[in-house]
Design a protein around this ligand. Structure first.
Ligand code: MF3
Ligand code: CO
Length: 259
């Protein structure tokens, strides 16, 4: 069931989304080689709380898991696609790419966003993977217009990514968000235009392209959470929470603007 939100509700999601965006912006300068993913998680958790938000992933039990997630963030390194566990043993090195995915609850409303950071210098092809994944998110958002269908978003993301020889990850999707972290509808990262749920004003969606340099097939590690590419190829992930309005899509987690 899709839950439509009023303008006031969208405002509350935006308040939390602004907190979340500030955290992801802060990490652009904070993340450096030699740092553990545990420290990044600690920083993000502290900042969210300081700004009056609650880290929404911590203690959350998603449909795909039997257990509650124990951390404020998911941090996924290199061939890890999503749901990587922050760890003191995972230390960043020059040339890594690392995504931080976080949910924030503010006054009962949820936002969800992710950003992939480049650690030091990387090759042109890795830069392109990260840039194409980010651009794919905006290509998808552009199609998040009332009267379109979910498939229009999916197709925009998937076709753009494939035009560069990269693969959209099909096992993980974007989703409705707002009253809960995960709501209907699912928003796949590839699909057919004109198919799927009709988009309507008041819908709030987390759009989140995950893209690999290789086949796009993934498997879950023994920890039960971390999704890695089957072929070991690098993967990137960007995510925004957006609202569909009569006037078009509004980004509620704008991590692109200046801090
Ligand atoms: N942002 C993640 C997603 O939409 C949510 C992770 S839930 C957690 O898939 F419990 F794994 F944190
Ligand atoms: Co999400």
């Amino acid at each position: 069931m899709i839950i439509l939100k009023s303008e006031d509700e969208i405002e509350l999601i935006k308040k939390g989304g602004e907190i979340l965006a500030k955290v992801l912006i802060d990490l652009k300068d904070f993340i450096k080689a030699g740092m553990s993913t545990w420290l990044i998680n600690k920083r993000a958790e502290e900042l969210v709380k300081k700004m009056g938000g609650r880290p929404a992933f911590k203690g959350y039990k998603p449909a795909f898991s039997k257990k509650k997630y124990p951390y404020a963030t998911c941090i996924s390194l290199n061939d890890e696609v999503v749901h990587g566990l922050p760890s003191k043993k995972r230390v960043l090195k020059e040339g890594d790419i690392v995504s931080v995915d976080m949910g924030v609850e503010y006054k009962g409303y949820y936002s969800d966003a992710a950003y992939t950071y480049i650690v030091g210098e990387v090759s042109e092809s890795v830069k392109r993977l990260v840039e194409v994944t980010k651009k794919a998110l905006y290509m998808g958002i552009e199609k998040a217009v009332a009267g379109n269908r979910v498939g229009d978003i999916s197709y925009a993301i998937g076709s753009y990514v494939k035009s560069f020889g990269f693969s959209p990850i099909k096992d993980y999707c974007g989703h409705g968000v707002g009253k809960k972290i995960h709501e209907d509808p699912a928003v796949p990262n590839d699909g057919e235009p004109g198919k799927g749920e009709l988009l309507r004003p008041g819908m709030t969606l987390a759009i989140e392209p995950m893209v690999s340099m290789g086949s796009g097939n993934v498997k879950v590690k023994e920890d039960g959470w971390t999704a890695v590419t089957e072929d070991g190829s690098l993967a990137a992930h960007f995510e925004h929470t957006i609202a569909i309005t009569e006037e078009g899509p509004i980004i509620l987690t704008d991590w692109e603007k200046d801090a």
